[in-house]
Design a protein around this ligand. Structure first.
Ligand code: NAD
Length: 284
């Protein structure tokens, strides 16, 4: 099945990236945010994402103009009705996601796929909130979506094989390199990266070195593009916190327990790049 129409529910960091890339490859996209301010922010983000992609020479101004004509963003969830796939990208909160998936399920046709961009929440929990568990999958895009090639396609024991293939095809159409992964909390990417990020924060808390120095060890010594503190700021400290909490809930292993410093930053509203301040400060 070819995906021609997509809906994206939750148009923050990830949702706007997904809207941008889908509209660039010819998919009609409807985005849904919870507030009017969220809609304004999301429109700005997709627009500036397209501008940046033109500036990098990846698409022409004409292609960007065509992409702009393919998406709309609003607050009315019922606009998702005609979609072939709905991608949910709201906060990493299991109860919120279950509620949203339940609502989505009532608004779309029986053939429509429902995908979640969750970072850590088992897909079976989300699939169980719908009447179509065999059509619920994980499409775990990476941040920033226009730049990152990887999409983890998460299948559960009840995902039909042809539906997995349809998702692989969609990811490829979007210019991505999909990897099919089983439904374990954190999948592959966050199963490995979240304990690493938390260990870095704990190392700082223990006074091993300052944040800049810990980042330098990783960038200079291991050739990573970013150290754990800049990477956490890029992901969003609230998201890192919520991923850790969700994985701790599943595994009950202290390596996933959110460190106090992370909690404090989130409570202060220092969420990383998206708020201009996290472990480091950024020009907005
Ligand atoms: P974000 O905070 O930037 O965006 C979430 C958006 O959802 C916000 O704009 C919010 O207004 C909106 N929202 C909340 N409730 C809503 C509702 N009821 N209806 C419509 N919109 C609603 O978060 P994000 O970083 O984009 O993360 C979204 C999802 O993607 C999470 O599950 C996260 O774990 C996952 N994810 C994040 C990253 C990352 O690096 N940030 C990477 C991969 C996956």
């Amino acid at each position: 099945m070819q995906i021609k129409r997509m809906a994206v529910v939750g148009c923050g960091t990830m949702g706007t990236g997904i809207i941008q890339v889908a509209s660039q490859v010819g998919i009609e996209v409807v985005g849904v945010e919870s507030t009017e301010e969220g809609v304004v922010r999301a429109r700005e983000r997709v627009g500036s994402g397209l501008d940046a992609t033109v500036a990098r020479g990846k698409i022409t101004p004409e292609q960007a103009a065509e992409a702009r004509g393919r998406y709309s963003i609003g607050t009315d969830l019922s606009t998702i009705g005609g979609a072939d796939i709905v991608v949910e990208a709201v906060f990493e909160d299991v109860e919120l996601k279950k509620r949203i998936l339940g609502e989505i399920d009532t608004l779309v046709g029986p053939e429509t796929f429902i995908a979640s961009n969750t970072s850590t929440i088992p897909l079976v929990i989300l699939a169980g909130a719908t009447s179509r568990p065999e059509r619920v999958v994980g499409l775990h895009f990476f941040n920033p979506v226009p730049a990152m090639k990887l999409v983890e396609v998460i299948k559960t024991p009840v995902t039909a094989a042809e539906h997995v293939q349809a998702m692989v095809g969609l990811a490829e159409t979007m210019g991505k390199s999909p990897v099919v992964v089983n439904d374990v909390p954190g999948f592959v990417g966050n199963l490995l990266i979240v304990p690493y990020l938390l260990d870095a924060i704990r190392a700082y808390e223990r006074g091993v070195a300052d944040m800049e120095s810990i980042d330098s060890v990783i960038t200079l010594g291991f050739n990573h593009k970013m150290g754990p503190f800049r990477l956490s700021d890029l992901i969003g400290l609230d998201i890192v916190h919520d991923m850790a909490a969700s994985m701790y809930e599943e595994y009950r292993d202290p390596k996933y327990f959110p460190p106090p410093l992370l909690k404090q930053y989130v409570r202060l509203g220092w969420l990383g790049r998206k708020t201009g301040r996290g472990f480091f400060t950024y020009d907005q």
